[in-house]
Design a protein around this ligand. Sequence first.
Ligand SMILES: Nc1ncnc2c1ncn2[C@@H]1O[C@H](COP(=O)(O)OP(=O)(O)OP(=O)(O)O)[C@@H](O)[C@H]1O
Ligand SMILES: [Mg+2]
Length: 416
Amino acid sequence: MRALRRRALLTQEELADISQLSVGTIRGLETGRIRQPHTGTLRKLTDALTLSNEEARALAVTSRVLPTRIVTKPDTGPVPAQLPASIPSFVGRTEPMWRLDTHLTPGDGATVTQAIVGSAGIGKTTLAVHWAHRVRRQFPDGQIHLNLRGFDPHQSPLTTCAALHNLLAALHCPPHLVPANPDAQVGLYRSLMAGRRMLILLDNARDAQQVRPLLPGSAGSLVLVTSRDRLSGLVTADGAGLLTLPRMPLVEARELLARRLGVQRAAADHWALDEIIEHCDRLPLALASAATFANRHPEASLGHLAAQLRNPHQRLDILSGSDPATNIRSVFSWSYTTLSPEAARLFRLLTRHREEEITAKKAAALALLSPAEAHQLLSELARLHLIEDRGPDRYVLHGLLRAYGEELTYPALRAS
Ligand SMILES: Nc1ncnc2c1ncn2[C@@H]1O[C@H](COP(=O)(O)OP(=O)(O)OP(=O)(O)O)[C@@H](O)[C@H]1O
Ligand SMILES: [Mg+2]
């Protein structure tokens, strides 16, 4: 019992709360004081700990209860538990997690869809996975994770057909029963989801169209979608909740670096630490890469690292490791290459604009466009979070993206 509870990362009090049993009962079972629990008690524990049929059977046998009185689920295969591991160094995101918790409150019977959107490397996937682990016990029929590859340099986005095949496989539908017709596949998927309480994480979605056929039709499940796209269509037409993930607040960014550099090293030079954070635009991916670089040079002071980051192009070099998944230039390029040629041109031209805020009028003057055309292209850049939308006709291009944009026009600026 104790091992099963610890595996579920629950305290005795939390398990008591979820299973609706008393803490005394949980303690009694763990210490062996209660040797023959009631069948009802075991059922509650089986549900609360989301035990597989095999585990429930084992628990029944050790408790001298007939297994068939506890194991009520049909044996159709393992309950999907596909969430990737949450990173051990996860920090902060208190406010976004609070907002996600609020949205989870069961509504009027529809499936809850929640979108987490934001710029490349802002921490969407990390947050979605971490939070999904926190709430997964509310979805006893399983958790599915699907990478929709919306912004992948080497592979095209997952087609609806491929995505549905993956989802149906996770629901233990034998491949020979999957119909060829896409509409029939959606129908089968929705039928299999009916009555289930599952958490589905659709990671790195390209846009709303890619996600829409993957939404279950019945109540009880939660679909969590991450994307660099704003997913406006999913919010407007499908009632999805929207969380636009901001850059990390300063306090959380300091905590992230302290976790990765060690508290002592981080505390040794507050000024340098804050300068590094600002050079990284408070972008978690950049902060994590800066910490990796600093850890490769333990003899160097943080002041030295901060100074190296002052030149924007040297900064991109330092933050661009050999792994394409975390190399900041590659990560930005996956958004840039999805732009229309006109929006890509404006993005490059915006790097010449030295004031903090950009308006449609200023962008129009830079690119020799009409304000209406400039407005449309700025909207495209903001939709993909390549510029930050700060309210009606106010946009900001952050330092790392500006440096990346400059290098597109003048490759010679690259230090390496
Ligand atoms: N809350 C956090 N705590 C600690 N590290 C974090 C956090 N969020 C993000 N990171 C770090 O930043 C990196 C990038 O985050 P993540 O992959 O979640 O970004 P993303 O927004 O999903 O990017 P993409 O648009 O490329 O999919 C992670 O690998 C992790 O190292
Ligand atoms: Mg992601």
